[in-house]
Design a protein around this ligand. Structure first.
Ligand code: PXG
Length: 456
């Protein structure tokens, strides 16, 4: 225990080191450096326990789409806790917030997607995807269709199924993953892996890896393909324009299910409600989370297209799957209020028409910096990649050391960005104002200059 009153930063750090195991952290390194304690937030800003103000260029972890400090969400949670803090949606029961949220989401989703299965997170959503895809093909009388194809460097969560669908080598190595029945193809990462190919030629090549894999596994054995519209955790990888149309053609030709992971791209991130609308996709399943509640409470789900939903419903039989917190009433009430704010305040339109074009212009201008080899982005997602030589795309030595250095300098300059290898990535709240975007890029430039100085 700490002394009475507010614990000091040192006390919190000591207790944190003594008792708290963090996600995706090297604890030895964390112990040596000490944790940064974030105490409060408002709009697009965070404050740490030492009083530093940080512009949050990552919207938390790609989730605080409406920004921090919206009392309406707190009020919605408070009211719902008093009314009905918990009840399940098993055993013939339901409750108003889950019903209303499901119907509100169906209204924003592509026209052929009219059902929602609720989960507690994006990882649980992708576990649900695996269960649902297999159930669907069983119901079709094709139980041999079991293989799901994902992508190298895709991210679909950290549970056993989520990490298996994802293509993160470091996660696979630590967990004896992927589980059987999940295989991977190349990612559409032109700058990193496109070699001498033209961008569109590479996009077609990467998409055709799907066809090759289907033929290799067996056309009657492949159940689904899963991908993020734009890879997030993999480094904000925006596929070449030729990629998604070719994927659509292949998925249709072999009649496999298309799972579009909207955990990051959903709820306005691309300037459309869903990344599937941005790329004009017709998914069968869309895992969602993050922006669904703007991160104010944990919640996820799978939006289910009519093809799968009608089979689950009409073919009958119990689907033995669900979570205690599926459709949790307080999370659902918060999600509903979040959707109301996104809609009533035209935040997705603001992102598409104002914030995103401005953000993308600013990202494009970073290409002038001597350290920046590539800039890329779409909607309210952006990245710039650090290289030691622009012409040859040569990276700095130390596998991500330059990115880590730049990230640390950003933070000391009052800006939160993430580094994925040597790619600096951003995903600010959708409500970020033009002058805040200016501040973000002023800080990014300053941090880049300092990075360049320290690397030379
Ligand atoms: N799908 C996608 C596309 C994601 O980005 C998940 C599923 C899993 O969601 P949950 O709610 O189980 O975390 C994610 C999560 C990072 C980072 O460092 C990204 C995520 C999570 C944690 C860290 O970029 N994305």
């Amino acid at each position: 225990m700490t002394t009475a009153g507010k614990p000091t930063t040192a006390e919190l750090r000591a207790l944190d080191a003594a008792h708290h195991l963090h996600p995706f952290s090297d604890h030895k390194d964390l112990g040596a450096r000490g944790t940064r304690i974030i105490e409060r937030a408002s709009g697009v800003y965070l404050w740490d326990s030492e009083g530093n103000r940080l512009l949050d260029g990552m919207a938390g972890l790609w989730c605080v789409n409406i920004g921090y400090g919206r009392t309406e969400l707190a009020d919605a949670a408070y009211r719902q806790m008093l009314e009905l803090p918990y009840y399940n949606s098993f055993f013939q029961c339901t409750h108003p917030p889950a019903v209303q949220l499901a119907s509100a989401i169906a209204e924003q989703a592509p026209a052929h997607m009219n059902h929602v299965f609720f989960t507690g997170s994006g990882s649980e959503a992708n576990d649900t995807v695996v269960r649902m895809v297999r159930r669907y093909w069983d119901l079709q009388g094709q139980p041999e269709r079991k293989t799901i194809i994902g992508r190298i460097n895709g991210y679909h969560g950290s549970t056993v199924a989520g990490a298996s669908l994802g293509g993160m080598a470091v996660m696979h190595e630590q967990g004896d993953l992927p589980i059987p029945g999940i295989v991977h193809i190349a990612q559409p990462y032109w700058y990193g892996e496109g070699g001498d190919m033209h961008e569109d030629e590479f996009g077609l090549w990467a998409a055709r890896q799907l066809e090759e894999k289907i033929l290799q596994v067996g056309t009657d054995k492949v159940a689904a393909f899963i991908a993020e519209p734009i890879q997030g955790a993999g480094g904000v990888i925006v596929p070449p324009a030729s990629y998604w149309p070719e994927i659509k053609r292949i998925v249709a030709k072999y009649d496999i299910l298309l799972v579009v992971d909207e955990v990051i791209c959903g709820f306005g991130r691309t300037g459309e409600w869903f990344g599937s609308q941005y790329y004009d996709l017709q998914p069968d399943l869309m895992p969602i989370a993050k922006g669904m509640t703007s991160g104010y409470l944990p919640m996820g789900g799978v939006i289910v297209g009519d093809r799968v939903a009608s089979s689950l419903i009409a073919d009958g039989g119990e689907f033995f799957h669900g979570y205690t917190y599926s459709g949790h009433p307080v999370a659902a009430a918060v999600g509903l209020e979040n959707l109301r704010i996104l809609r009533d305040e035209h935040i997705v339109d603001y992102a598409r028409n104002e914030a995103a074009p401005y953000l993308q212009r600013k990202i494009a201008a970073l290409a002038e910096h001597p350290l920046v080899g590539e800039v890329r982005g779409a909607g309210m997602l952006g990245a710039f990649e650090l290289v030691s030589d622009k012409a040859s795309r040569e990276r700095f030595p130390g596998k991500g050391a330059a990115g880590s250095l730049c990230r640390d300098l950003c933070i000391s300059n009052g800006l939160v960005m993430r580094a994925v290898g040597d790619s600096m990535i951003m995903s600010p709240p959708l409500v970020i104002q033009p002058e805040e975007i200016d501040e973000l890029f002023d800080k990014a430039w300053r941090s880049l200059n300092m990075t360049a100085q320290q690397l030379r």
